[in-house]
Design a protein around this ligand. Structure first.
Ligand code: BES
Ligand code: ZN
Length: 616
């Protein structure tokens, strides 16, 4: 039996490898018009003016062109709502105007830009401007910032929004280096996912260089009233003045996280690792822009309990930024691996108890998510078609992907699995890979070397079948078992002993309160622990969600205020989703939403309008 099993495994691996090599990664990216088999753009030079009045970036993008096919005379790029005024090619030692064509807009993909490049040139320059509604940018007026002194702008390019601020071959299968010159009003600072200065002169003229090749979705920019505070010789925080000290305190463990990750998975290859605090309208918890992760202020909780988010964005420096998903169907290669590494970092710094609680919280989120997802959206190797990746965003690539790796770790043992991962990061460093390529690598470097432990059938079930395999890990936490015991006693009128509780225990407690909890008990909790007024954005979120379900009126004002001041979609949209369930709450939610909308990021607007105005 054993040999047969083994042969089958090998036969499968061979098939997979053949499939992977005959089909280059770009051919599988349905979300880009780029034709990397004809021409690639391995280097980009940006020269941009940040115009806050017009809510516009304006200037030029200049590309190095590499011809992959001798008869290519056009280059195909992605754009969305860009105004292209001129295209030029470098020829006979001068810039010469060339023709271009913008196709009709596609709802999710934007507009294909086709530029004639003739037969000889190796440089192209495009003059362009962005739209005030660019899906990858948010523009905030001075009144929308904490000090009110300067406006603020930032980008969020992942997954397919780089094309709304740069004409680009917007596929993660491409890797490019970039240089940039950015002009802002004097007194403001511009930063990018590149080599930021720690001692900038605020003259409104900034230049950047990103020497490591990255996928386009990692190109990032922000500008505002920013100051810098160093945490160590390789880590600093950039933030608006109001939060700089708190953020630097909150994230003091970052240097130790880098060291721990290097010990497990090899060198950090990006030089510095800095963190940028965005305004509260930043639509994500964090974004792993290389050398400068973008972070929501809602994790600056004052007690360092939410710093797994920093571990997560840092972990992307290996999984995602170093080894990159070749298309958005392969997002789990970025997020699943990163969630796994994140949890390992947390375990290494803070021990198993905390790591287990975080894993268990993620697992519960995944189960909740899967309940409302279409079955086909619960597979790891997503079936997207040309659906917008933002529309399919869920915990599946994150937590199901993570559980798959936990499963492999359990099966092969930590040492073997760590060695495998370390080698994987090394072998694919600065490359983009597809799920098929990963499977082939896994078959060869883990399954075949340790026969009869995990079969390719089992791997395929994890990667291509909906839901979770029957033998998937089911993370539990002893700390949470204690919380549940206390909850039972408390529901019968006993006291809670919460002095030792961190955010994690509170989240588990609130998320698992029985939905038939009495209003007396809601009030009893709130009076003793002040949950409605919790300054911890995650705890407040969990409580407010329950408050909606229970129509707990004392939390209404806080709920309104929460929705008006926070735009992180993961904290906002479950609340609107819950509100949309009854006609009265929906009416109320629409009023609040209309008031909040000008402060929300385009992504937060799109997602929540789908919840509140489903008929449109
Ligand atoms: N890269 C993601 C954010 C993202 C994913 C943006 C896909 C667009 C498309 C980032 O690293 C992330 O996962 N953020 C999480 C962090 C959390 C899991 C700790 C978030 O924002 O909540
Ligand atoms: Zn991530």
């Amino acid at each position: 039996m054993a040999t047969k099993y083994n042969l089958k495994q090998w036969a499968y691996a061979a098939t997979v490898m053949a499939a992977a090599s005959s089909q280059s990664a770009w051919a599988e990216d349905a979300h880009s018009y780029a034709k990397l088999q004809e021409v690639t753009t391995p280097h980009l030079e940006l020269d941009l003016t940040v115009d806050f009045e017009a809510k516009q970036l304006r200037g030029t993008a200049t590309y190095d062109l590499v011809r992959k096919s001798n008869d290519a005379t056009t280059v195909h790029m992605d754009t969305r709502e860009l105004t292209i005024s001129k295209a030029e090619i470098w020829q006979d030692n001068a810039w010469q105007e060339t023709s271009f064509e913008l196709a009709e807009p596609h709802e999710t993909l934007g507009q294909e830009l086709t530029v004639s490049i003739g037969e000889a040139t190796d440089k192209l320059r495009i003059h362009y401007a962005t739209a005030p509604t660019a899906s990858g940018l948010q523009w905030l007026s001075p009144e929308q910032t904490q000090s009110g002194k300067f406006p603020f702008m930032f980008s969020q390019s992942q997954p397919i929004h780089a094309r709304s601020w740069i004409p680009i071959q917007d596929t993660p299968a491409l890797r490019l280096t970039y240089d940039a010159t950015v002009r802002t009003p004097a007194g403001m600072l511009a930063v990018m996912s590149a080599d930021n200065s720690l001692d900038p002169e605020l003259d409104g003229n900034y230049s950047f260089s990103m020497p490591q090749p990255i996928p386009p979705y990692l190109i990032a920019i922000a500008a505002g009233e920013l100051v810098v505070k160093e945490i160590s010789d390789n880590v600093a925080v950039f933030a608006e003045p109001y939060i700089i000290d708190d953020a630097a305190w909150e994230w003091a463990d970052t240097p130790a996280m880098i060291t721990a990750t290097e010990e497990m998975y090899g060198p950090y290859r990006w030089d510095r690792y800095d963190l940028l605090v965005l305004p509260p309208s930043f639509p994500f918890g964090g974004m792993e822009n290389p050398r400068l992760s973008f972070i929501t202020p809602t994790v600056v909780s004052g007690d360092r309990t939410l710093i797994n988010l920093i571990a997560h964005e840092l972990a992307h420096s290996w999984s995602g930024n170093l080894v990159t998903n070749a298309s958005w169907r392969d997002l789990w290669l970025n997020e699943g691996f990163t969630s796994y590494v994140e949890n390992r970092i947390m375990e290494s710094l803070f021990g198993e108890r905390r790591a287990q609680m975080e894993l268990a919280l993620g697992y519960q989120d995944l189960l909740d998510n899967m309940e409302r997802l279409a079955s086909k959206d619960t597979v790891l190797n997503l079936e997207l078609g040309t659906r917008h990746p933002d529309d399919v965003f869920s915990q599946v690539p994150y937590v199901k992907g993570q559980l798959f790796l936990v499963y492999l770790e359990n099966k092969f043992g930590r040492e073997t699995f760590d060695n495998f991962l370390r080698q994987y990061f090394d072998d694919f460093a600065f490359q983009s890979i597809s799920t098929a390529e990963f499977k082939a690598y896994l078959a060869r470097h883990l399954l075949a070397k340790n026969p009869n432990v995990v079969s390719m059938e089992q791997v395929n079930e994890w990667i291509h079948e909906p839901g979770l395999p029957a033998d998937a890990p089911k993370p539990t936490s002893n700390a949470f078992a204690e919380v549940e015991k206390q909850m039972q006693r408390w529901l019968k009128g006993g006291q809670l002993t919460t002095q030792e509780w961190t955010t994690h225990e509170w989240l588990h407690f609130i998320n698992n309160l029985p939905l038939d909890i009495s209003s007396v008990n809601m009030r009893r909790l709130d009076e003793q622990f002040n949950l409605t007024q919790s300054k911890n954005a995650e705890i407040a979120h969990a409580w407010l969600k329950l408050a909606i379900v229970k129509n707990y009126e004392p939390a209404r004002d806080r709920l309104r205020n929460y929705l008006l001041t926070i735009g992180r979609n993961k904290l906002v949209s479950p609340l609107y989703r819950e509100l949309a369930k009854t006609p009265d709450n929906l009416k109320w939610a629409r009023e609040v939403y209309q008031q909040a909308k000008p402060g929300y990021h385009p992504l937060t607007q799109t997602v929540n309008e789908a919840l509140l105005y489903p008929e449109q």
